[in-house]
Design a protein around this ligand. Structure first.
Ligand code: HEM
Length: 447
């Protein structure tokens, strides 16, 4: 019998490590790696120990699992109060496979052509409404763009009172839900309507009202379009079952939440680097200008330097620091015999900062992605294996559309000099949401 033991890690009380993890996740991960080596363990208050991997061999072992022994749904439980128990993010095994089969088709690579024009259109409309000369947080603008894009993609609505209501209610949920302590099970108790969790739950209930209303309305009137809800309303699983109203709600809210805040944050980070590196910015703008005055979504999507810039931004500060799975049974992983119940996590951040794969890892250098592909265990901003992000192709595509349109329309100048990382629930954003000033680009091409 092999002895089970956990890799070394901080021995401080879990309240302290939880605080570190919530307040300064990336420095905390770096300090642990420095002190305990590339594989280490840390504890979070009220949760099983987390064993952190970043070596590509070990990450490959985790991503290789078929989803029966390493449970991502169990790891993601802290998101259940928002996404619901039957969200694809919350389920495991057969149920998880069934849900992915329903959700994945509209987000496959070949479907992207249909979304490009509306992504460009929404971006232009929002850029037109921006103040000129006064500072504003770029992150909020990116959230507005990505929220409108995802509502149009998922619900097929793009304007009018129902659309505005959905935007406002979703924003309110995110605003209240971005307070990091709400991720902890101990904070997830409704202690009256004025407590942080109570107010958050009330916002979720108000959000649900419009989502349920939309599901019922569409079921009633029978109108179908090319949106994701139309597909889900008519979908049947292998057993011929149609999704219940509750299941539909959970998947729709999952797509709304997972599909916009992440992309907005990735875009904001890309501009954080571009605006402090004028040389790289000029190279990228030249590459976009070369596409001509009115490039099609397909031309933009194929622009190699733009693609490399998006990848490099997601490498340097991945929007989500790690992905996790809970062990359903004792297993040997990364050379350690681990007991049932612990969580293994693949640190996206630490893997993306390995000098073996990325020389001078702290530098922003899109050229490292030009003509080079990294393996799925070296570069994985969208997680991996059977749980790889459903919206990966969509997010890559959208980031390129939005960036190209901004580059050809606007001049942006930074209005802040410190760029500390701040946690918003599970995502990490730049401090103050990246304050910038915008002006119209001189000699901007018509687009
Ligand atoms: C830059 C943008 C995005 C980033 C960085 C990102 C990242 C991630 C990560 C790290 C995971 C967890 C994967 C794992 O556990 O291995 C995930 C899952 C997921 N993402 Fe994304 N995501 C992005 C955009 C999107 C978009 C646009 C959508 C929807 C349109 C989406 C929908 C989902 C869903 C449904 C899951 C759950 C997959 C599962 O559990 O099987 N994401 N994403």
């Amino acid at each position: 019998m092999r002895r089970m033991s956990l890799p070394p890690g901080p021995q401080s009380p879990s309240v302290w490590t939880t605080l570190q993890w919530l307040r300064r996740p990336y420095p905390f991960l770096e300090e642990c790696r420095e002190k305990y080596g590339e594989t280490f363990t840390f504890g979070l208050y009220g949760l099983p120990p987390l064993v952190v991997f970043s070596n590509p061999e070990h990450v490959r072992e985790v991503f290789h699992d078929d989803g029966e022994s390493l449970l991502g749904g169990k790891f993601n439980r802290s998101l259940a109060p928002l996404l619901g128990d039957s969200s694809v993010l919350m389920t495991d095994g057969r149920d998880h496979k069934r849900k992915r089969k329903l959700l994945a088709p509209p987000f496959r690579g070949e479907r992207m052509h249909g979304y490009g024009e509306s992504m460009l259109e929404i971006t232009s409309k929002i850029l037109d409404g921006l103040p000129r000369g006064t500072a504003f947080p770029l992150h909020e603008v990116m959230q507005q763009i990505t929220l409108e894009v995802i509502i149009r993609t998922v619900f097929g609505i793009a304007e009018g009172p129902r659309f505005d209501d959905m935007v406002q209610r979703t924003k309110r949920i995110l605003e209240l839900g971005s307070w990091p302590p709400l991720l902890l099970p101990i904070m997830q108790h409704e202690l009256g309507g004025r407590s942080p969790y109570g107010r958050f739950r009330e916002a979720v209930r108000r959000g649900d009202e419009v989502v349920f209303d939309e599901i019922r309305r569409r079921r009633r009137d029978g109108v179908r379009g090319t949106d994701v809800l139309s597909l889900l309303l008519d979908a049947k699983d292998e057993d011929g079952q149609v999704p219940s109203e509750g299941e539909l709600r959970d998947e729709l809210v999952t797509l709304l939440v997972a599909g916009h805040e992440t992309t907005a944050t990735g875009l904001t980070w890309a501009f954080r680097w571009l605006l402090t590196q004028p040389g790289t910015f000029a190279d990228l703008r030249a590459a976009v200008d070369e596409l001509g005055p009115n490039p099609s979504p397909e031309q933009i999507a194929k622009c190699e330097f733009l693609d490399a810039t998006v990848r490099e931004a997601l490498r340097l500060v991945p929007v989500i620091p790690l992905v996790g799975r809970v062990l359903e049974k004792p297993m040997r992983l990364g050379g350690w015999d681990l007991p049932k119940g612990v969580a293994v996590v693949c640190s996206i951040y630490l893997a993306h900062r390995r000098p073996e794969a990325y020389p001078q890892p702290a530098e922003f250098d899109p050229a490292r992605f030009v003509g080079k592909k990294f393996s799925a265990s070296e570069f994985y901003p969208f997680g991996g294996g059977v749980r790889t992000c459903v919206g990966m192709a969509f997010a890559f595509y959208e980031m390129k559309m939005v960036m190209a349109r901004i580059l050809s329309r606007l001049e942006l100048r930074l209005a802040q000099s410190s760029f500390k990382m701040v946690r918003r629930s599970i995502t990490i954003t730049p401090e103050q949401g990246l304050l910038v000033r915008a002006s119209d680009r001189r000699f901007a091409r018509a687009s």
